[in-house]
Design a protein around this ligand. Structure first.
Ligand SMILES: Cc1cc2nc3c(=O)[nH]c(=O)nc-3n(C[C@H](O)[C@H](O)[C@H](O)COP(=O)(O)OP(=O)(O)OC[C@H]3O[C@@H](n4cnc5c(N)ncnc54)[C@H](O)[C@@H]3O)c2cc1C
Length: 481
């Protein structure tokens, strides 16, 4: 049977009973109300259908479930915290897919301080890993707004980015080894904690950003870093994206490797977040069109970064690169600034009627991208409201234009594909990516096929067919077969 032949649309009751028996008591949900949280998307209010959510609690159970599904051609949607933003983690509308949640695979297996690694089950919540590392005086640097509910298997399967990629790299850079249940149920034990291993194809890379289309990750070995001993947070007003990029250059010259986060923020998203999410207020009295939120940290003595940062910011203001700057005076103030940044996705959602683009271009092209995309959208949709924020140190912006005033959300959503095409054509003209950190899922599936070369699509389809010949792993996501 070829992967291009979809698995049957419905699942026989006898199969559902057999799968429930494998997961055991407490290991499954089937009623509409119990499965709702596993079927709903965080963004855009999508709700899929499924006859069964399974919650295995060990790798052996995952293996048995997948082996059964492979034998009977039952489609599987792996799921972590269900915070993904591309409809990759929810079942489709067919009732023909079961969900396998990793939420009960939640043990921290080992911390190796000499090797600076932590080995965890795939269902451990990201924040739990951060806290476990901190308790041992180490840093696990992956950090993003959904960290209280996303799970590491989901982070790995989307190659999540977040706010510290500039210094520590994205999730791909943080993973040393994986344990994966393959699409036929066999367990691949790749839980190596090596920094050097040139023994052929690096299989783990296929599952990182694989969106559950090749297998189910059940555990991972992750890199840890020294815990910074001092840090500073600055909120800086700039006139334009070009000034933001110039500021990044100046800060790199002056602060070097100490820069751990550098976020560019448009005024409109500050307004949406203050209005839409309680507990946020304007950090500065004067209103500016753009801001940068920056963190620096190091292993130096507490407070040792304050003076160099103050001087670096003063030089940027003298040279007209920055208009104003605040350095957080306490940990509490720093947390407040970061809360606002983390609440921006929620602020955007509260504003309603935005069309999200998670794009990347070379950092040197950021200003040109914003200017060209703004102008093209204004021409097509007079009155459209520009909104963007993101990890500009990585060339990654969440470019989320909001419906023109007076338009209903429904009317704007009818333009979804057209708005995407305008923005993505400009991204591709700058040799950028239409998905910097959120993935493809279903939402970008057609766009991915449109922009990727035939050669690249062919190779990716060949990999999918080789690892999942029956096409049971998260069908209809990531790659159009
Ligand atoms: C408020 C908010 C802020 C966010 N900020 C960021 C950000 O800054 N950077 C960023 O990159 N993302 C961000 N995201 C998106 C999201 O949090 C990430 O994509 C996250 O990595 C998803 O993890 P999850 O556990 O929720 O995965 P899910 O949503 O459950 O799944 C995501 C994908 O991974 C697959 N999957 C999940 N677990 C496994 C597994 N064990 N094995 C195989 N496949 C699996 C699913 O099938 C699906 O394809 C944000 C989301 C929200 C809601």
């Amino acid at each position: 049977m070829k992967a291009s032949t979809p698995p049957p649309a419905t699942i026989a009751q006898s199969h559902l009973d057999a799968l429930k028996a494998i997961a055991g008591p407490g290991g499954w949900f089937e009623s509409d109300s119990d499965t709702l949280a596993y079927r709903q998307s965080w963004r855009y209010g999508y709700t899929g259908t499924t006859p069964l959510v399974l919650r295995p609690k060990m790798t052996a159970e995952v293996s048995e479930i997948v082996a059964y599904c492979s034998q009977h051609r039952i489609a599987i949607v792996p799921q972590g915290g269900n915070t993904g933003l591309t409809f990759a983690g929810q079942p489709r509308e067919t009732m023909g897919e079961i969900v396998v949640s990793t939420e009960r695979l939640n043990k921290i297996r080992n911390i190796d301080l000499a090797n600076d690694t932590i080995t965890v089950d795939a269902g451990v919540v990201l924040q739990t890993i951060q806290e476990a590392a901190t308790a041992k005086n180490r840093l696990f640097p992956l950090s993003l707004g959904a960290q209280g509910s996303c799970r590491i298997g989901g982070n790995i399967s989307t190659n999540a980015g977040g706010v510290q990629v500039l210094r520590y790299g994205n999730t791909r850079n943080l993973v040393l080894g994986l344990e994966v249940v393959l699409a036929d149920g066999r367990v691949w034990d790749g839980l190596r904690s090596l920094r050097k291993d040139n023994t052929g194809y690096d299989l783990k890379q296929l599952f990182i950003a694989g969106e559950g289309t090749l297998g189910i990750i059940t555990a991972a070995v992750l890199r840890l870093f020294p815990l910074p001993t001092t840090s500073e947070t600055a909120w800086i007003a700039v006139e334009s994206p070009a000034a933001g990029v110039a500021l990044l250059g100046r800060m790199k010259e002056r602060m070097g490797e100490a820069i751990s986060a550098f976020e560019l923020i448009r005024r409109s998203i500050v307004d949406f977040t203050i209005q839409g999410v309680p507990g946020n207020e304007d950090p500065m009295r004067d209103v500016h069109p753009w801001y940068v939120l920056m963190d620096v940290s190091s292993q130096g003595a507490p407070g040792s970064l304050h003076e160099p940062l103050t001087e670096a910011l003063a030089s940027a203001m003298e040279d007209g690169i920055a208009q104003d700057a605040i350095i957080a005076g306490s940990t509490q103030q720093s947390k407040k600034l970061w809360k606002m940044r983390e609440d921006m996705a929620e602020g955007q959602r509260a504003a309603g009627g935005s069309i999200a683009h998670d794009i990347s271009v070379p950092v040197s092209d950021i200003a040109a991208f914003v200017a060209e995309a703004d102008a093209a959208l204004e021409k097509a949709y007079p009155g459209i409201r520009h909104c963007c924020f993101g990890h500009v140190g990585d060339g990654n912006l969440h470019y989320n234009p909001v419906r023109p005033v007076g338009w209903t959300q429904d009317r704007y959503m009818q333009e979804y594909q057209a708005v995407n095409r305008i923005v993505h054509d400009i991204v591709i003209a700058h040799r950028g990516s239409i998905s910097a950190e959120h993935g493809i899922g279903r939402i970008k599936l057609a766009e991915n096929t449109h922009y990727k070369s035939a050669v690249e699509l062919d190779v990716q389809r060949a990999i999918k067919r080789a690892l999942d010949p029956l096409g049971i792993m998260n069908p209809g996501k990531l790659i159009e077969m």
